[in-house]
Design a protein around this ligand. Structure first.
Ligand code: C5J
Length: 232
């Protein structure tokens, strides 16, 4: 059963049984003071606008039985999966692996690496630990999606122009339809957020579609009114 979602550059019809919600890098290191985002000189409060809409979509996706996947950017404690070219950027006391108020910056297992409480995964929801910006690079995400016959991705998270855009481009090349929920994404640079969304939907939707939390919640409502309601 297909349900239309209001989106740009045009509406898209998706079968929610073949759709996953993927929430990109809603980690303390990006959203809370003292983490990776702040050490790079960013105002982390700019990301907070995405939390409430993302939480609403997450709750609805759970209720409707969608596959929900969370990602986290980060590295092994010995930095063996962190390219020197990535680690070397920024001042040494604030680099990946350096100690910070939420533990070592962007290191797996440290408090800062974990997902913020408001969007914390529940048991059964896969968490993909990724060493890069894209969620497909050096992860088992594709195997997981193929195993569930997923064809469409609802994409939320931070930051719009970095890990969200990289993941959407990777997914698009692999044949997934990506619907990016604009108000569920955010950037430290509002103009990059805006352009990041424009890049996705330009040229007839060259990388995917852009929609929003309201539109997707409405689509869940419409799908729930149909005879078969559960998708997993
Ligand atoms: C960044 C991300 N911005 N999750 N990571 O370094 O977008």
């Amino acid at each position: 059963m297909k349900t239309p979602i209001v989106a740009e550059p045009q509406p898209i019809e998706v079968d929610f049984a073949r759709t996953a919600l993927i929430i990109i890098d809603m980690q303390r290191d990006f959203l809370e003071p003292g983490g990776f985002g702040e050490t790079l000189g960013n105002d982390v409060s700019l990301l907070h606008a995405a939390v409430a809409p993302c939480r609403a979509v997450l709750a609805a996706a759970r209720e409707h039985g969608l596959l929900v996947i969370h990602t986290r950017e980060g590295h092994r404690p010995d930095l063996s999966d962190a390219p020197p070219a990535k680690v070397e950027r920024g001042s040494p006391s604030m680099r990946i692996g350096a100690p910070g108020p939420m533990g070592r910056i962007l290191i797996r297992g440290e408090p800062g690496h974990d997902i913020i409480d408001a969007l914390y995964p529940i048991p059964g929801e896969p968490v993909i630990d990724k060493p890069g910006k894209g969620a497909f690079y050096q992860t088992d995400l594709e195997v997981m999606l193929q195993g569930r016959s997923i064809q469409n991705l609802l994409v939320c998270g931070v930051t719009t122009e970095v890990c969200v855009n990289t993941t959407v481009r990777e997914a698009n090349d692999r044949g997934y339809r990506c619907v990016v929920l604009g108000d569920c994404c955010a950037s430290y640079f509002p103009e990059f957020h805006e352009m990041g969304l424009k890049m996705i939907k330009a040229q007839g939707g060259i990388f995917g579609w852009v929609s929003g939390s309201r539109e997707v919640l409405d689509a869940f409502g419409a799908a729930a009114a149909q005879p078969s309601k559960k998708y997993a």
